[in-house]
Design a protein around this ligand. Sequence first.
Ligand code: PLP
Length: 392
Amino acid sequence: MSFRGGRHFLQIPGPTNVPDRVLRAMDMPTMDHRGPDFAVLGRQVLDGMKRVFRTEGAVVIYPGSGTGAWEAALVNTLSPGDRVLMCETGQFSTLWTQLAKRLGLEVDLIAGDWRSGADADAIGARLAADKGHAIKAVCVVHNETSTGVTSRIAPVRKAMDAAGHPALLMVDTISSLASIDYRHDEWGVDVTIAGSQKGLMLPPGLGFNAIGARALKAAESSRMPKSYWAWSEMLGPNEKGYFPYTPATNILYGLREALVMLLDEEGLDNALARHDRLAEATRRAVRGWGLEILCRNEAEYSASLTAVTMPAGHDADALRKVILEKFDMSLGAGLGRLAGKVFRIGHLGHFNELMLMGTLAGVEMGLAAAGVPHKPAGVQAAMAYLSGRRND
Ligand SMILES: *Cc1c(COP(=O)(O)O)cnc(C)c1O
């Protein structure tokens, strides 16, 4: 490994850059998680996360990855052999589907083109056809991180209600929470899943469930085997700020700091607006290069990341390798069936205009260095948008 001066640019759509002050907040002696100080920290982060999920209901925090929080949502509410309706939006919905099958659930899949979000009408039609209410849950990935497509959740809820179907609605917000508008209570979501290492600006290591009243009720009769993930074990100790087992104490210190930044200093709405602005600048850059945005429908553009389609005959991984070697920047790879076909620019979390301009300059220089056909007008288009300069 050769020496690299300056900072590495970590522009994958998670894990994201961690603010220095969050790292410093975590640089603390490990505390007694059964002692009185921990209870204060525990309640602060649990209450703060309710505000981020926009819920009055319960939130649980696991030491674990987002994948664990997916599993927790299913095993706490369902029983062996139950049927769930999954919407294929890309690689993450595919992984969640595989997880559900491995747990012994029956999966109905609404197939997708990996360029579009979950189709509320299709969900409504499947539920309307399910007269016997065999489907127990509808699972949607809010922001599909493999494609840069954000599904609209309110219309999904509306379609479920219109079908008069009692299935639970479970939504993965691992790459959207605190980056893209999300409303657990208002949108009638039953379980929301999240993780620490994306919009929350933390290192990997925490998984979250926000739990609505109907999901809590379903948990009472759920027969899936569970122990580590059991909400019933968590919620009692959580009331006083404690955990049933050792929490990831130092990441919770980081979470407390990140919540101060998000909720008290920047404000959640301002953080969302910042993501929208930086995402729009990124899309203008992509169009300036003459390249294609993978997301088909403007109303589903992601504010967390942009997936860019490579021109035919050019390999995205070769481009990413040149950019990493020459400019010390990591971009997201194409995942699953998109391997080699797209690269992904992460623009979420701890991020601002000049970090974005550095990122876009790295891509534009990389396109030239790798011999990928493009127009050298992306950086300029993004600067024009961010500075308010007319682009003429
Ligand atoms: C990152 C991500 C996951 C997986 O989370 P892990 O923490 O890697 O387990 C799941 N869903 C989405 C939408 C993601 O972005």
